[in-house]
Write a protein of this length. Structure first.
Length: 99
């Protein structure tokens, strides 16, 4: 990903705001897929899928290194995001089973 050279603080902030909008949109899309995943799982243990979470973390850490971003930062961000999405997926799973 190319980072444009900015000529003012306002321009930097404009790029950051645009990226933040895209990040939120991507996280929302990811969350939508996570909720759909509940339809294909048979238990809460399957939702928690520790092996899958480890694989995601390994991949994200590697990508962070490729882009020169702290892998520890990515791990922290993804841990928060995955924990929240697992809770949402469990709720989706329980709602589907109660119907």
């Amino acid at each position: 990903m190319k980072v444009e050279e900015c000529h003012s603080l306002a321009e930097v902030r404009q790029y950051i705001d645009t990226l933040d909008d895209q990040i939120v949109e991507l996280i929302a899309a990811r969350n939508g897929y996570v909720k759909q995943a509940a339809n294909f799982k048979h238990s809460i243990n399957e939702i928690k899928a520790n092996e899958r979470m480890e694989a995601v973390m390994d991949r994200v850490r590697a990508r962070a290194l490729e882009f020169g971003v702290s892998p520890n930062l990515m791990t922290k961000l993804y841990t928060i995001m995955i924990d929240a999405m697992v809770e949402a997926e469990i709720a989706e799973f329980q709602n589907a089973k109660s119907l």
